[in-house]
Design a protein around this ligand. Structure first.
Ligand code: ADP
Length: 416
């Protein structure tokens, strides 16, 4: 089976059927969570984990049901910050990991719980890391949550990319420090989020002032406007300027962050914005069903897979049974964008084989020029919608036309 990469280069990875199935599982697992907040940074050491942990703590103190997921595979520090480094997650009968409870309404899960040594992750190869991250999104039993705060690996590489792909309805918060040098990193992170069509809640400037432990006054450490200018240039809100707070540092480094919530008043504006999301935009709970009985439910899936027979130059091929390849577009039906694109070589043309193979790729809909009745029936029975008579055109354009209800229909081009 051959695969061609996404021509846009924006997705970075192709997906196999297992990954598609995993993505469905992720969706199911996260179905009980209203708001997913991914905390990102251009580089390590800017306080991303401290910010993620403090936001989660404050939201929980306000009474929201909160989970914190630490997938910073290079330096999972959330267990240290919460003083639970030696704990391990439990297991449900369905073999899902049970997050470690901190209070009745705050629980946490960290990749650090599964690593025997802190440095182990550094020698892992990329695909293993991505696999572990995917597992963290699909195999944790979160139950119902108001917020899941995700501590993302720093940078804009494959690992944050796979996280944003797995949680397409997440909102982002970018953490930075105020130095001029950080501008480029933040701009990269903003471009990254925009490219992934991710809603940005805003930027947090950390360690911008120094809180004097004696008099409590905030003293500016770096000259200039730092985060304010970065936020203004990017057209993204600056959520807060956080002081370098010695008490917070001590609490965080000694596993006592939960007890230091009084030190977190500078986080109030961030928590206020997030609480307003809770009031205004409850997210519809979705679950994934399997099999043909799920056709109706799958129509409501936000992330769907569109299949199309294509010729060697990526043009929709009218001859379903003899097409050299099938393009699969994973799309976000709400944002009306293509998230992933790949082309696979179908199995040999035997009666019924290709329709079953298309269904097994996780397709929600097949767009095709022509299609015989028996193939159509197999697809429909397996829960795949079928649109016949689509005019030949560039496959990615056809997928976009479909998303925008603008398909060019020329009539069924199959005469058998
Ligand atoms: P990152 O996740 O970006 O690598 P961390 O959150 O682990 O960074 O923070 C790095 C160090 O800086 C830690 O020792 C942490 O306690 C400290 N730190 C982060 N933010 C603050 C702050 N606002 N005041 C004081 N110390 C901070």
């Amino acid at each position: 089976m051959s695969e061609n990469s996404c021509s846009t280069g924006s997705c970075g990875m192709n997906q196999n059927p297992e990954q598609i199935a995993r993505q469905r599982e992720v969706k199911n697992t996260l179905g009980g969570i209203k708001h997913k907040i991914v905390v990102l940074s251009g580089k390590g050491g800017v306080g991303k984990s401290t910010v993620a942990a403090s936001i989660a703590t404050k939201l929980a103190v306000e009474g929201h049901r909160v989970g914190i997921l630490d997938v910073d595979i290079h330096g999972p520090s959330i267990p240290r910050i919460f003083g639970v480094k030696d704990q391990r997650p439990g297991m449900t009968d369905e073999e899902k990991m049970i997050p470690v409870p901190m209070t009745d309404n705050l629980k946490l899960m960290s990749v650090g719980f599964l690593l025997p040594h802190d440095k182990e992750a550094l020698i892992w190869r990329g695909p293993l890391k991505i696999g572990l991250i995917e597992q963290f999104f699909s195999d944790v039993d979160w139950g119902e949550l108001d917020y899941l705060v995700v501590d993302c690996p720093p940078g804009t590489g494959d690992e944050p990319l796979s996280i944003l792909q797995m949680v397409p309805d997440a909102r982002g918060i970018i953490v930075t420090t105020p130095q001029g040098m950080a501008v480029e990193d933040v701009q990269k992170s903003i471009t990254f989020c925009k490219k992934m069509n991710m809603d940005l809640v805003g930027i947090v400037e950390n360690m911008s002032t120094f809180k004097c432990p004696k008099c409590g006054e905030d003293i500016e450490i770096f000259p200039g406007k730092g985060g304010e200018e970065m936020a203004k240039d990017a057209g993204v809100p600056l959520l807060a300027k956080l002081p370098l707070n010695h008490n917070l540092l001590e609490a965080s480094d000694n596993g006592k962050l939960m007890h230091a919530f009084k030190e977190m008043s500078a986080f109030d504006p961030i928590v206020k914005v997030l609480s307003e999301l809770e009031e205004k935009k409850p997210v519809k709970k979705e679950t994934v069903k399997e099999g043909a009985a799920a056709v109706a439910a799958r129509k409501d899936d936000r992330i769907q897979t569109i299949a199309m027979p294509v010729d060697a130059s990526g043009i929709l091929d009218a001859h379903f049974g003899h097409a050299s390849g099938f393009a699969f577009f994973i799309v976000d039906t709400e944002k009306k964008i293509i998230v992933e694109a790949k082309t696979l070589t179908p199995p040999a043309h035997e009666p019924g084989v290709i329709p079953s193979w298309i269904a097994a790729q996780g397709a929600h809909v097949l767009l095709t020029g022509g299609l015989g009745e028996s193939a159509r029936k197999i697809l429909v029975d397996k829960g795949v919608d079928v649109v016949i008579g689509v005019a030949a055109d560039n496959a990615a354009k056809v997928a976009k036309d479909y998303l925008n209800d603008n398909l060019n229909i020329a009539g069924n081009q199959c005469n058998h």
